[in-house]
Ligand binder design. Structure first.
Ligand code: SAM
Length: 294
């Protein structure tokens, strides 16, 4: 066993036997094995199939075996083991200071938030809770004329975002700001405010698979009902939006709780082709219903 193809088969078998959880970039044992083996060998996912039959060097073989053992023993997701994740077609450096990028909003960004806003109207974008910087960087790539402000309350996360801005040569149009939501922002209006905030109810964290325990709790947990951060965004966002501005927020499983808490608010739940059903959109006008009911 010393070709990438054989190693992928072997790793897949080990992962199935170990009954791992997938959900940090892949959703099954084969993809997880391919991500690990190809990533460790620095091979692209669309590598020439012939290369999968060529023997790897003994040092690479040893490293792959160690990584597979580590994945099973520690339950650390492959993205952390390789310090690599993919989002909206871009590659990111990641470590345990940030959530592993996987938000379904990638699809919306790639589609330029069509039909909700016109591309040439987008001048200023705000990404709240930027983590690795993945959403901010994807936005900066899709909207080359726009300025993106990216906030996070975690200085550690902003360090990782900085590494990714450097990797993608995006320092001029992305401002990294340490801020508790909107607190440190200046008086500025945004055409798009986007956020994948923490939304896991506190009690649920201990029920999640072990893989999640390697992610920063601050990136996951948001109070008893999971709505602490989203509620604060809903209350303040209108002050930072242009008249035609949109707010797009991922809520995970929080749709029911959110609708129960804000029954008057006309949340638009976005249908995503690649899955993920907890993303809502509100216009500035829609947000007025929150103000009226609060
Ligand atoms: C679910 S992670 C999302 C990270 C990244 N945007 C992504 O999609 O991969 C949430 C992020 O929000 C940050 N965060 C938590 N509370 C915050 C707050 N009050 N203000 C700003 N950022 C916050 C966390 O540090 C974390 O980086």
């Amino acid at each position: 066993m010393n070709t990438p193809r054989q190693l992928i088969d072997w790793a897949e078998g080990r992962f199935i036997q170990a009954d791992l959880f997938y959900g940090h970039g892949t959703d099954n044992a084969l993809d997880e094995a391919a991500f690990l083996v190809l990533g460790a060998l620095d091979m692209p996912f669309d590598v020439d199939p012939e290369r999968l039959n060529e023997p790897v060097a003994p040092t690479e073989l040893k490293r792959i075996k160690e990584l597979v053992d580590d994945r099973i023993r520690s339950r650390r997701p492959v993205a952390y083991l390789l310090n690599q994740a993919w989002f909206a077609g871009l590659s990111f450096y990641v470590d345990e200071r940030v959530l592993i990028p996987r938000s379904p909003v990638a699809e919306l960004v790639r589609e330029e938030f069509s039909p909700w806003i016109k591309r040439d109207e987008v001048k200023n974008i705000l990404d709240i809770g930027t983590g690795s910087g993945c959403i901010a960087l994807a936005c900066a790539t899709v909207f080359p004329e726009a300025v993106v402000d990216a906030t996070d309350v975690s200085a550690d996360a902003l360090e990782v975002a900085r590494i990714n801005c450097e990797r993608h040569g995006q320092f001029e149009r992305i401002n990294l700001v340490r801020s508790d939501l909107f607190e440190a922002l200046e008086d500025k209006r945004y055409d798009i405010i986007i956020s994948n905030p923490p939304y896991v109810p506190g009690e649920e964290i201990s029920t999640l698979p072990a893989e999640y325990r390697h992610e920063p709790p601050q990136a996951l947990i948001a109070g008893a009902d999971g709505l602490d951060i989203i509620s604060r965004i809903l209350l303040d966002a209108h002050r930072f939006m242009t008249d035609r501005g949109i707010l797009v927020v991922e809520t995970g499983q929080g749709r029911g709780a959110l609708e129960a808490k804000y029954p008057e608010t006309p949340f638009v739940w976005l249908e995503l082709e690649h899955g993920g059903d907890g993303v809502f959109l509100l216009t500035r006008e829609n947000l007025a219903t929150i103000l009226l009911s609060s």
